[in-house]
Design a protein around this ligand. Structure first.
Ligand code: NAP
Ligand code: ZN
Length: 424
């Protein structure tokens, strides 16, 4: 299969961060039309949409979603420019195909990646952008070829909802590293006419069944939503690098959306977990509520020195530039560092930080679909969910400002169904 991809030179600084991959590799030019008719195949005016919704209620009781031969009317909140301010946006979802499911979005987490994207900090935004890739919802309709899901099931969609299916990565369950990965939001969906994908800050989404995961019964729904990105992003490298062994010592840098979930997984694996944070005010919660064993303030050299050479591995989840040499010093010889954060400014790595101790360094971008499903099963078994502040959609701009200021414990989750009124 030939992709004829082009690397967009304006996105070069983002090479560091694989999360931008699906958006960086473009098949010809993206559909960048800058108006509501740039998405979907049928654009509903607000008035016609209201009518369609009314009809939908009469015909599809539980669904609350109008499906047409051409697609579904959808309501989201989108950023129109790099101010990143979101406002209501009417658009259309593509028509459901035989192997697709239509999902009514119940909850969607707000990931720091959404913030970079809507403000075009990675240089990849294709406005209007409906963010959101921690999508938890209910299947409202399944195509005739769908075997994995049926209407009424609780499911999730994460950071991507497509890949080439034929490369080595896809063959090995690493769809997340496929160069043809289609981002759930602000991606280019080549299989569907190159349309720009719109994410989960919207009432409905259509996805191929192979990129949808089942959410185990019993997990609180709002708290489970962030697992779709934050959860798998930390779980996947923990499995890949053996940072899941009981008794091993894991460091988690940055106690935000990703970091706090990493603490929970680490403890469920039976590890010793130390949080490395810039926020002394998070100490008590980290130790008492999240179950961490120790808490280090990274800007306190004495605390850092006392933990010298004690950790088997570190997950660095920090969203901004920060000094990393002191972090390598915390690891034992041959310790493994995994970066998952995507600061816009390059991190600095002097060779002496890794060479003498033979230390490893890796990156990780979310996880494959199989990993995501396994993570959810594990979370279900151990009762792991994110600590969330549930908000309505009209609070989203304030929430984004607060996220930027590191003022959230520990993930905002939008009550989408309770805000956008799509419930039948
Ligand atoms: P978040 O909730 O904002 O958490 C980031 C944490 O980083 C903050 O809570 C803070 O923790 C720490 N931090 C912030 N500014 C800092 C600074 N100047 N110096 C040191 N530490 C600082 O963000 P998130 O949603 O967890 O995402 C974290 C990063 O991972 C983002 O870059 C995001 O884009 C990226 N991400 C990557 C993937 C992937 O697949 N690789 C997936 C999702 C997200 P303390 O207060 O404890 O210091
Ligand atoms: Zn994310």
């Amino acid at each position: 299969m030939s992709h004829n991809f082009q690397l967009r030179s304006s996105a070069l600084p983002l090479r560091f961060f694989p999360g931008g991959l699906g958006a960086r590799f473009l098949c010809n030019e993206p559909k960048h039309l800058g108006s509501s008719n740039s998405v979907g195949v049928a654009v509903a005016s607000p008035a016609s949409r209201t009518l369609q919704r009314h009809q939908a209620k009469a015909t599809a009781k539980e669904v609350g979603v109008q499906e047409t031969a051409q697609g579904s009317a959808a309501l989201g909140w989108a950023a129109r420019d790099a101010s990143g301010v979101l406002s209501p946006f009417d658009f259309s979802r593509r028509a459901q195909k035989d192997d697709d499911v239509t999902i009514k979005v119940l909850y969607c987490g707000i990931c720091h990646t959404d913030l970079y994207t809507i403000k075009n900090e990675w240089g990849t935004a294709m406005y209007p952008v409906v963010p959101g890739h921690e999508i938890l919802g209910v299947v409202t309709s399944a195509g005739s070829g769908v075997t994995k899901f049926k209407a009424g099931e609780t499911v999730g969609v994460g950071y991507f909802l497509g890949s080439c299916r034929s490369c080595e990565c896809c063959g090995n369950g690493y769809e997340n590293y496929c160069s043809g990965m289609v981002l759930t939001s602000n991606g280019t969906d080549r299989e569907h006419g190159g349309e720009v994908t719109q994410g989960g800050f919207s009432d409905v989404i259509v996805a191929n069944q192979d990129y949808v995961v089942r959410v185990p019964d019993g997990l609180p729904l709002a708290g489970a939503a962030p697992l779709l990105c934050a959860g798998v992003t930390v779980y996947s490298p923990m499995m890949r690098f053996g940072l899941n062994a009981p008794g091993k010592h894991l460091g988690v840098v940055g106690l935000g959306g990703l970091g706090h979930v990493a603490v929970k997984f680490g403890k469920a694996f039976g590890m010793k977990v130390t949080v490395i944070s810039t926020s002394p005010g998070k100490r008590e919660e980290a130790l008492e509520r999240l179950g961490a064993d120790e808490f280090l303030v990274s800007r306190d050299p004495e605390q850092m020195q006392a933990a010298f050479g004690t950790m088997d591995g570190i997950l660095d989840t920090v969203s901004a530039w920060h000094p990393i040499s002191p972090l390598f010093a915390l690891m034992k010889p041959m310790g493994q560092m995994v970066f998952v954060g995507g600061p816009t400014k390059p991190l600095e790595l002097p060779a002496y930080a890794i060479v003498p101790g033979g230390k490893g360094i890796a990156g990780n971008c979310v996880g494959g679909i199989g990993d995501c499903q396994a993570m959810l099963e594990f979370a279900g078994k151990h009762g792991i969910t994110a600590e969330v502040e549930v908000i309505k959609m009209d609070y989203v701009n304030t929430a984004l400002e607060r996220l930027e200021k590191n003022d959230v414990r520990y993930r905002f989750v939008i009550d989408v169904a309770g805000s956008l009124g799509s419930t039948a």
